[in-house]
Write a protein of this length. Sequence first.
Length: 324
Amino acid sequence: MSSTISIPAQVSAAFYLGLAAAPRQLRDTLAIEVSPRAFLPRFDDLQADWVASVAVPAFKLIRRRQGALASFASIGTGTGLDALAAIETLSATRVGITDVHDDVVRTASANITDNLLNPSAITLEAGFGDLLSPLAHLQPRYDLIYENLPNVPINDAAQIASERTSSGHVPPRAEPVPEFVQRQLLTLHFLALKQARDFLAPGGAVLSMLGGRVPLDAFHQMAQAAGFRSEIYTYSWKVQADAEPMTRGHAEQQRAGYGPFHFYPIKRLQEVFAGIDLAHSGERAHELEAALAPDRLDATAAHAAVLRGEKIGHTAVALRSQPL
């Protein structure tokens, strides 16, 4: 297997990041290489791309409310686009990245430095392995720790060895995890919070990207169990990427007693979120969740809809958490 494959098309940085003017830190056109073990960005459908549709708007809101943040870390960076977004929107000058595989981190590191106008202005801290542990030897502290981690577990060791990718599914964990966290498929998000306490600068926060496929209260309960207070910073929606395998995987887990998991018709998501100001979406999240409830599809119904050719989406939460 080759170490990298090229994305078929490059992308305008201003388009991808929703900038009104040319980027200040990044090249006008982002040229991204993707390791075979990393998830392909959705340059052709930004509403299905986590960084573009959920992370970047949250970063911009943080910048508006808090100003520039000097340091940023990404757990499970994939291509490094999340770090590039933080450099441009948050003006971060010290950036830490981790991912499960060495080739993913090496490729992401190259993507970051190759797409900067002035690479020497950024201190890049990178390592591969479990969550934040690859950076522990540096004893870093970050103003914002970002995570967008997989959810669905695989219990077969051979399947994990042959198929697992950095964008793939969660192997069994040895650490104690509350049963309700496991039931809602939030294990890695919980463990990321537990580790993050030792990596946060004073006043720093963790920003967790969470598919709103379970009740919103589950996210707050997860954060509290990890020793954090949390707020729904933004509440939005996105198209379900890789809809057939993702809904199928959630349906399998649902039949095994997890969940249930929530999906919605795209048209209904568009109607409910029409005119919602992102800056106030977090405080209105429960109201919006209630408005969507009559049109909720569980994972089995969502998978059947996908097989019929229907387009399915889910809500998306940027959960901001700080230690108690």
